[in-house]
Ligand binder design. Structure first.
Ligand SMILES: Nc1nc2c(ncn2[C@@H]2O[C@H](COP(=O)(O)OP(=O)(O)OP(=O)(O)O)[C@@H](O)[C@H]2O)c(=O)[nH]1
Ligand SMILES: [Mg+2]
Length: 290
C-alpha cells in the first residue's frame, strides 16, 4: 500500500488529553482539509461523538480506533461483487484527460497476462495525438494484443474491430482505452454513448462493464467528473489513481458519500505493478499510518 497517510496532520490530536469541543472541531477541519468533504466530515464527527458517548470515552487517544472503525464501515457499504472479473470480460475505461486511463490499462493487462490470461487492448482514443502509440508501448510491456486504427478514426469502429478480433482470437479480457477529451463535453458523452451501443450489440459472451478513472490529487474536481460520467453512463466501479502522490486519501470518503459507486482499484505509481485492489480496511489503516 502506498503511503497515503493524513494521520501526520492528526497525530497531535490523538494524545491522551481530554475530549473537548476543540478536539472535534480540529478533527473535522482536518478531515475537510484531507478531502473527506464537508458533508461526510460532519456526519463522521457526529457519529464519532455519538459512539464516544455510548462507549464512555474520556481521552482523545481512545477515539482513534473508533474513528477508524466508522470510516471502514462507511467504505464497506460500497461493496462490489466485481462482476467484470468474470470472463470473458469487456472493460471500458473512461475518465477525463490525464487521470491515468492508459497507464491503468497497462497495469491491468500486466497483471492479467501474468496470471495467464489472453488480453486484447482496444485503442479507441483516436483523438489525442500519440494515444495509440502510448497504448502500444503498454501492450508490448505487458504482453497483450492491441487493435488500433489511424488517428482520427471513429472510436466506435475501432471498438467494433476490437470485439471482432477478441472473439476470433479467444481473448479473455478486452480493455478499451477511451479519449479523455474531445471537442467538448457533450461530444465526449455522445461518443461514449455510441461506443456503449456498439459494445452492447456486438459483445456476445463478453460481459461489459465501464470503470471510471479518477485522479486522487484533484479532490473536488474528481467528484465533479464522477458525477458527470455516472449520470451519462452506467459505471460499475471507480479506479482511483495517483494515491501515491497525495496525502488526501480522504477523498475516498467523499466519493462514498456523494457518488456511491464502489472504488475497486487504486493506482499507486507509474509502473506496471503499481495497481492494487481496493480494500477498505487496508486503506483506512494506511491513512492512519505514521
Ligand atoms: N504517480 C502516479 N502517476 C500516475 C498514476 N497513473 C498514471 N500516472 C501518470 O499520469 C500521467 C497520465 O497518465 P495517462 O495514463 O496517460 O492518462 P490518460 O487518462 O490516459 O490521459 P489521456 O489519454 O490524455 O486522456 C502519466 O504521466 C502517468 O504516468 C499513478 O497511479 N500514480
Ligand atoms: Mg490515455
Amino acid at each position: 500500500m502506498a503511503k497515503i497517510g493524513f494521520f501526520g496532520r492528526l497525530k497531535h490530536l490523538f494524545v491522551a488529553s481530554d475530549i473537548t469541543d476543540d478536539f472535534y472541531d480540529e478533527l473535522e477541519e482536518t478531515l475537510i482539509l484531507s478531502d473527506v468533504g464537508m458533508e461526510a466530515s460532519e456526519e463522521i464527527i457526529a457519529e464519532l461523538k455519538r459512539r464516544a458517548g455510548i462507549q464512555g470515552l474520556k481521552f482523545t487517544d481512545e477515539c482513534k480506533e473508533c474513528l477508524k472503525d466508522l470510516m471502514k464501515e462507511r467504505l464497506e457499504e460500497l461493496y462490489s461483487d466485481r462482476f467484470w472479473e468474470t470472463e470473458p470480460a469487456l472493460l471500458m475505461i473512461v475518465g477525463v484527460n490525464g487521470v491515468g486511463k492508459t497507464t491503468t490499462i497497462g497495469k491491468l493487462a500486466s497483471s492479467l497476462v501474468a496470471g495467464g490470461r489472453k488480453v486484447l487492448m482496444v485503442a479507441a482514443d483516436t483523438f489525442r495525438a500519440g494515444a495509440a502509440e502510448q497504448l502500444t508501448v503498454w501492450a508490448e510491456r505487458s504482453g497483450a494484443d492491441i487493435i488500433a486504427q489511424k488517428e482520427g478514426a471513429d472510436p466506435s469502429s475501432v471498438l467494433f474491430d476490437g470485439i471482432a478480433a477478441a472473439k476470433a482470437r479467444g481473448a479473455n479480457v478486452v480493455l478499451v482505452d477511451t479519449a479523455g477529451r474531445l471537442h467538448n463535453k457533450k461530444n465526449l458523452m455522445d461518443e461514449l454513448a455510441k461506443m456503449n451501443r456498439v459494445a452492447e450489440r456486438e459483445a456476445g459472451n463478453y460481459r461489459k462493464a465501464t470503470l471510471i478513472v479518477l485522479d486522487a490529487t484533484t479532490g473536488q474536481n474528481a467528484l465533479n467528473q464522477a458525477r458527470v460520467f455516472t449520470e451519462a453512463t452506467d459505471v460499475a466501479g471507480i479506479i482511483l489513481t495517483k494515491v501515491d502522490g497525495t496525502a488526501k486519501g480522504g477523498v475516498v470518503l467523499a466519493i462514498q458519500q456523494e457518488i456511491g459507486v464502489p472504488i475497486v482499484y487504486l493506482g499507486c505509481g507509474e509502473g506496471k505493478d503499481d495497481l492494487e485492489i481496493f480494500d477498505a480496511d487496508d486503506f483506512v489503516d494506511a491513512m492512519f499510518e505514521e
